[in-house]
Design a protein around this ligand. Structure first.
Ligand code: MG
Length: 339
């Protein structure tokens, strides 16, 4: 695993080092970081970013650090997000990747030697994996319960059970099932819930959650997107209270809900089209606030006006601010801690 002493992108020290993201200094109103769920939020399930979404994200990366956090594994981030994003190295340096609900955390490192996944440009900052014996037990229990409940399908596309290191994922129809088949499998969510409950009962020491439309995810206890967001705040030094999260499953029971329960400001969306509109508007508002802030600071210097006469430009893309969640005030501890 790579050494992690360099501040992660978005960290105040990193922002100072790269000197390109004045929005991260906290002097401009608006979120200090925007985090997104992936499937159903930035892209259709298991599909690449549509170009309008990619363009909107590039614009946002110009003005604020961005995180993508999902139950999917890192390969999915490469296929769905990075391949079609078309971002510059400067933009990528403000992108944070949190696969498997933030049990793994990657930052961009163009000079890096790569990591265990062989991705040269992305540095694994930490991984919080299941042990080998936990993984064996999980794989056995999930298959037994799925068969017992009649949810072990004959017709599948790709592996049904997948060991993702920090997470085991059950996908009823296989990892590569077509979207239509997945949507038709369990529209009410009853099958997933039944399997989730049965597996949870047999694995009380582990976290068992409904994932995507046909999937159930098993991780260490306490690992969900709230865990990932908390780790992100520690790694970047950006408090949770300054973050905005965007997701399509913020309803209780949805896999984005733990972020809302944590007290992070959230925006619910119904699909990537809505997200693209929101992101475009947010980038525009933050960009103009930054420009105004720079111009105001410049004018203040020119006429030697006291700083207090420079009124901040109001941008209000955020819901009312929410109370800080416990624990997030912890000072940045560097990003190298193993969870
Ligand atoms: Mg989603």
């Amino acid at each position: 695993m790579s050494d992690a002493r360099t501040p992660a992108p978005g960290h105040a020290d990193h922002a100072a080092a790269v000197g390109t993201c004045p929005g991260a200094t906290g002097t401009v109103p608006g979120p200090g970081l925007v985090a997104f769920d992936l499937d159903g939020t930035l892209a259709p399930s298991k599909s690449p970013l549509p170009e309008p979404m990619a363009a909107a994200l590039r614009g946002l990366l110009d003005v604020v650090p961005v995180c993508v956090i999902s139950g999917g594994q890192v390969a999915q981030f490469h296929d769905q997000v990075l391949t079609g994003l078309g971002a510059s190295p400067a933009q990528l340096s403000r992108l944070h990747l949190m696969p498997t609900c933030g049990t793994r955390y990657y930052t961009y490192d163009p000079q890096g030697e790569g990591d265990s996944d062989g991705r040269g440009d992305w540095r694994l900052v930490y991984a919080n994996d299941l042990t080998a014996s936990q993984t064996r037990e999980v794989l056995a229990v999930v298959e037994e319960e799925a068969r017992r409940l009649g949810l072990w399908e004959d017709r599948t596309w790709g592996p049904v059970l997948e060991d993702r290191g920090s997470q085991v994922t059950f996908s009823a129809l296989g990892q590569d099932a077509p979207l239509k088949a997945k949507e038709a499998w369990d529209p009410s969510g009853e099958k997933k819930s039944a399997l989730r409950d049965a597996v949870a009962q047999r694995l009380p020491g582990l976290e068992v959650r409904s994932g995507g439309s046909t999937s159930v995810d098993i991780t260490q206890k306490g690992v969900d997107k709230a865990y990932g967001m908390t780790r992100l705040a520690r790694a970047t030094g950006i408090p949770l209270a300054e973050m905005l999260f965007v997701g399509d499953r913020l309803d209780p029971g949805g896999n984005d809900y733990p972020v809302k329960a944590l007290g992070v400001a959230c925006r619910a969306v119904t699909g990537w089209e809505e997200t693209a509109g929101l992101v475009t508007e947010l980038a525009r508002e933050l960009g103009s606030a930054l420009a105004d802030s720079d111009a105001a600071a410049c004018a203040a210097r020119t006429v030697s006006a006291p700083a207090s006469t420079v009124a901040p430009t109001a941008v209000s893309p955020l819901p009312p601010s929410v109370p800080s969640a416990p624990g997030h005030q912890a000072p940045a501890v560097g990003a190298g801690g193993r969870g």
